[in-house]
Design a protein around this ligand. Structure first.
Ligand code: GMT
Length: 381
């Protein structure tokens, strides 16, 4: 079985979740998986056979005003690839991981005559936001041109990459996935009672509260929804806009009706008590959090941003509106909440749609890619 190195951001966020869940699924299939990053990945929460974690330590020196993570990572990758005899390195999020991966390849080849193929998976803002910064753009383009394979989590993101970075090489779309056996509808009247003691409807939002998520819009939607029906809003996650969310809730007089749970493991039990998942993003390449909610039978009200429409079908598994159109998103919520039969059919279809993204259907696409890349790969000139 192959030995796979995985590089990702270990913090609360979709790309790290995908990378970690992929590593866990590969390990279950008998692969030896090595995570290489600066902290234990968020969802690597228990002992897993076949999984190893290598922490990247970043040396400090008074001359370094900024930490040199990309270099420390590249050096660590050389060590892990060489001594753990990696067959493939899979990096998630281009910046700076694809660059460190490229550096590793050059060093390993020139110093040791070893070639480890590099797969880069693009997740979102590495292409749509940060990667477009003039100082990063040429670096991202270069690292993509030198990866042995590139994947993107949606057709939208693949197209954006071709267009913004003039990439001529194939970019394979491998969508995000979910364990539909774990993330399944698990209704609990008791838990629902805790969050909505008077039988209110429940909206939920899970994110890292970065501006790109437009999390404050969920509060505007709640306020609008509450003018028609009683409702509560559960917010999971944390990040720069959390205090703005709380401030806005006070300003709109709905602070008693929101529950900010902070950074918590998102469980199927909590997702299952929600009636609607809100995703009012400015930009969203896929929307993994929405997929996990759908898998628990929760329909999604979101924006048309990025690749969301590839997952959420308007009028079937949820509703989509223009970015910032909180009034329309609230009207869609009210329409569902006031019509239990319609809500139930949206719930059923959301679950059905999620089944197409089951871990057992998507992970084999990565496995096939690894084997293909290893067969086709050419050693560096
Ligand atoms: O691009 C980001 O903001 C980072 C990344 C993360 O780590 O949270 O999120 C992206 O990757 C997820 C997993 O593939 C996708 O589900 C998210 O849609 C995507 N976020 C954005 O495009 C904003």
């Amino acid at each position: 079985m192959l030995r796979v190195g995985i590089v990702c951001y270990p913090t609360y966020g979709g790309s790290g979740v995908v990378a970690t869940e992929l590593g866990k699924a590969l390990a279950q299939r008998g692969y030896q998986v090595h995570f290489i990053t600066y902290a234990l990945p968020w969802r690597l929460d228990a002992f897993h056979d076949n999984i190893f974690f290598h922490e990247v330590e970043i040396p400090n020196y008074p001359l370094f005003e900024f930490q040199l993570y990309s270099l420390a990572l590249a050096g660590k990758l050389v060590d892990v690839a060489r001594y753990e005899r990696l067959d493939i390195l899979h990096v998630h999020y281009a910046i700076p991981h694809a660059v460190s991966g490229y550096l590793m390849q050059r060093m390993l080849w020139e110093h040791h005559g070893i070639h480890v193929p590099l797969v880069t998976t693009l997740h979102g803002t590495d292409i749509t936001l940060v990667g477009l910064e003039p100082s990063f753009h040429p670096v991202v383009r270069f690292s993509l041109e030198h990866s042995d394979a590139i994947t993107a989590v949606s057709s939208f993101l693949a197209e954006k990459t071709r267009h913004q970075f003039h990439i001529q090489r194939p970019i394979e779309v491998i969508p995000n996935f979910v364990d539909t056996a774990l993330f399944a509808p698990r209704p609990s009247a008791e838990l629902r009672q805790q969050f909505a003691p008077h039988g209110e409807h429940i909206l939920i939002h899970v994110s890292n509260f970065r501006p790109v998520k437009r999390s404050p819009d969920t509060v505007r939607i709640l306020a609008e929804v509450r003018s028609a029906v009683p409702a509560k809003l559960i917010l999971i996650g944390d990040g720069p806009e959390r205090s703005e969310v709380e401030r806005l809730a006070r300003q709109l007089g709905v602070d008693e009706h929101i529950r900010c749970l902070g950074k918590q493991l998102v469980t199927p039990e909590v997702l299952s008590i929600a009636d609607i998942f809100l995703l009012p993003s400015q930009s969203e390449s896929f929307g993994l959090a929405a997929l996990e909610a759908m898998s628990c039978g929760v329909p999604v009200v979101a924006t048309t941003a990025g690749g969301i429409a590839e997952l959420v079908h308007h009028g079937e598994t949820g509703f989509l509106a223009e970015i910032g159109d909180t009034e329309r998103m609230a009207r869609y919520c009210i329409e569902l909440l006031c019509n239990p039969k319609k809500l139930q059919s949206f719930r059923d279809r959301a679950r059905q749609r999620a089944l197409a993204y089951d871990v057992n259907l998507i992970v084999p696409l990565y496995e096939q890619l690894y084997h293909r890349v290893r067969e086709q790969v050419q050693v560096p000139a």
